[in-house]
Design a binder for this molecule. Structure first.
Ligand code: ATP
Length: 245
């Protein structure tokens, strides 16, 4: 643990005239799991896209503010340079390459990453240890995997770049509770192995169990933030995000 691995300051983002984020400030300390909660359209995916520098693929742009990782600004970098800086994203909806094999999907995750063949083999071993099913299904087309297995593949693909920070966009979306719990266990394990995590989730109960710190995003603005256990106990979060009346 140390300073901020990720430092987002006063970040504003627009899609043309649509203002999606307004002056969002957020930190992920080195070694931490931090979550961003928010309902549909709150701006969670937009935040991750701004960090991974993939906003322009969606017609968006940063209009103000800054994003730094390990003390270095990420502005002006291409997405592959963000990966090389140690930040990998698991996109919303998994987005695995359905026609490619599981193994080729994983190899694609190492493109743009630093490190030699030895580093890539070590990353692949780590992914196979975390998700043995990805080793068993290595030669199968990714499109044939179940939803939960595709989520594992999406996480595994991001881990192939041996990131220091993993950006996770709604990993539990559309999964049965048992599979969501399984993914949550893996996130815990990945973090225990030294990777910081920024987790964006609509499933607040799951996210607050995983994270040490949480932020609530509403219509593009941070409305609440604090230690995850304090937010989990707050009336506002319990009513709006945990379904407790
Ligand atoms: P969801 O869980 O539904 O993905 P979210 O919290 O991730 O929600 P975003 O997808 O970041 O929210 O959307 C934030 C705002 O930006 C919304 O008002 C949305 O309509 C708008 N938005 C998102 N993507 C685009 C886009 N490509 N073009 C225009 N507006 C967009």
């Amino acid at each position: 643990m140390g300073g901020a691995a990720l430092d987002v300051r006063q970040l504003s983002v627009g899609y043309g005239p649509v203002r999606a984020l307004r002056e969002v400030t957020l930190e992920v300390p080195e070694g931490a799991v931090v979550t961003v909660l928010g309902s549909n359209g709150a701006g969670k995916s937009t935040l991750l896209r701004a960090i991974s520098r993939t906003l322009s693929f969606h017609g968006g742009a940063v209009t103000a503010g800054s994003v730094a990782f390990a003390g270095r600004p990420l502005e002006g970098r291409t997405p592959d340079r963000v990966v090389a800086a140690g930040v990998s994203q698991v996109p919303e909806g998994r987005q695995v390459f359905a026609r490619m094999t599981v193994e080729d999907n994983l190899r694609a995750g190492a493109l743009g990453a630093r490190g030699d063949r030895g580093a890539r083999s070590a990353a692949l071993r780590r992914v196979h240890e975390l998700f043995p099913v990805l080793a068993e299904r290595a030669q199968q087309r990714a499109g044939l995997l179940s939803g939960g297995e595709q989520q594992m593949l999406a996480v595994g693909r991001a881990l192939m770049a041996a990131p220091r920070l993993l950006l996770l966009d709604e990993p539990s979306l559309g999964l049965a509770p048992m599979m969501a719990a399984r993914i949550a266990d893996t996130v815990r394990e990945i973090n225990a192995q030294g990777t910081s995590v920024l987790l964006v989730e609509q499933n607040a109960a799951l996210a607050l169990r995983l994270a040490s710190r949480a932020y609530v995003l509403e219509v593009g603005e941070v409305t609440l933030s604090g230690p995850a256990d304090e937010l989990a106990a707050s009336d506002e979060v319990r009513r709006r995000y945990l379904g407790v009346v």
